[in-house]
Design a binder for this molecule. Structure first.
Ligand code: BJW
Ligand code: ZN
Length: 249
């Protein structure tokens, strides 16, 4: 049988026999769907760094600017489709009874690919939330979307996502931590691993005995702290991993 040399045997063996698998995804998995990442040359919108836009302070200072950034991204997302990386993870989920797909992405593409056991750490761009009373708006009609809409209480609506300095949704964080603690294999896919607490999950998994594998276009700050670091596009590597997994030993 041909060896799939991209993946060390130890990894494939451990994955075949794993009973619990956790995957953390970041913006890189959606890059091949045409969704810009945050950092790197592709990450700039009108010369602003995401750190200057994804904060409550930025929204309070200039709500129209931040709202326009999210509307711009909503427009990109309205045309985006899941890519082979998302689809491979949907296939991977089916192989394991205990599987958790933890995502930092707010784009909903894992849901579109058919994944079911998803933990959204940073919210979802589809929803909006009142800055003052917290009321959630699942949808808005298009007349409300041009400029910052207001809640029935008069407060401004903001995207229901997690900005810097804000806490992550408590249940999602708890689910992610538990998945990291109990998994046998932890995959970190398409994330620069600089934003915490998401970035700590691979360390937590490893401290609890998981075999940690990273898939990224380039080395990251965690590359020397994982068991295997694979460089390449998630949309190519993940389908190949599914093939390798299905090959007879
Ligand atoms: C490919 C590819 C392809 C490309 N295939 N790969 C501990 C230490 C230091 C700081 C902190 C800490 N704990 C907390 C903090 C503060 C802060 C933080 O982490 N700061 C650091 C940046 C220094 N964290 C927070 O504030 C968090 N809240 C918190 O901790 O609350 C508790 C608290 C409250 C108050 C006071 C103190 C504590 C909240 C973080 C929220 C992050 N929000 C954002 C925006 C979400 C909404 C939106 O989308 O607009 O989340 S920022 C942005 O970064 C977004 C992402 O989810 C997140 C991570 O980015 P990601 O996904 O890794 O993307 P990139 O672009 O960085 O990387 C893409 C990667 O893909 C690259 O590596 C490419 O190579 C690769 N790639 N194409 C494979 N085809
Ligand atoms: Zn309100």
């Amino acid at each position: 049988m041909m060896q799939n040399s991209m993946f060390p045997n130890e990894f494939l063996e451990k994955l075949r026999s794993a009973s619990s698998v956790a995957v953390l995804t970041g913006a890189g998995i959606s890059a091949e769907s045409g969704v810009p990442t945050f950092r790197g040359h592709n990450g700039l919108w009108k010369k602003f760094r995401p750190e200057e836009l994804a904060t409550v302070d930025a929204f309070l200072r200039n709500p129209e600017l931040v709202w326009a950034w999210y509307q711009h991204r909503r427009e990109i997302l309205s045309k985006a489709r899941p890519n082979p990386g998302h689809l491979a993870l949907q296939g991977l989920e089916k192989r394991f009874e205990d599987f958790t797909l933890i995502t930092q992405n707010i784009d909903g593409l894992h849901q579109k690919a058919g994944s079911r056991r998803i933990v959204e750490l940073h919210g979802n761009i589809r929803r909006n939330r009142c800055l003052d009373c917290g009321k959630i708006y699942e949808t808005l009609d298009s007349s409300q979307e041009a400029t910052v809409p207001t809640c029935e209480c008069g407060g401004s609506l903001r995207p229901d996502v997690v900005w810097f300095g804000e806490s992550l949704p408590a249940q999602a964080l708890e689910d992610a931590l538990n998945a990291a603690i109990r998994c046998d294999i932890f995959l970190s896919v398409g994330t620069s691993a600089v934003v915490h607490p998401a970035a700590s999950l691979s360390t937590i998994a490893r401290q609890h005995g998981a075999f940690v594998v990273e898939i990224n276009l380039e080395p990251t700050v965690i590359s020397d702290q994982v068991d295997v670091s694979i460089q390449g596009r998630a949309g190519e590597i993940l389908p190949r991993l599914m093939e390798a997994l299905e090959e007879e030993r």
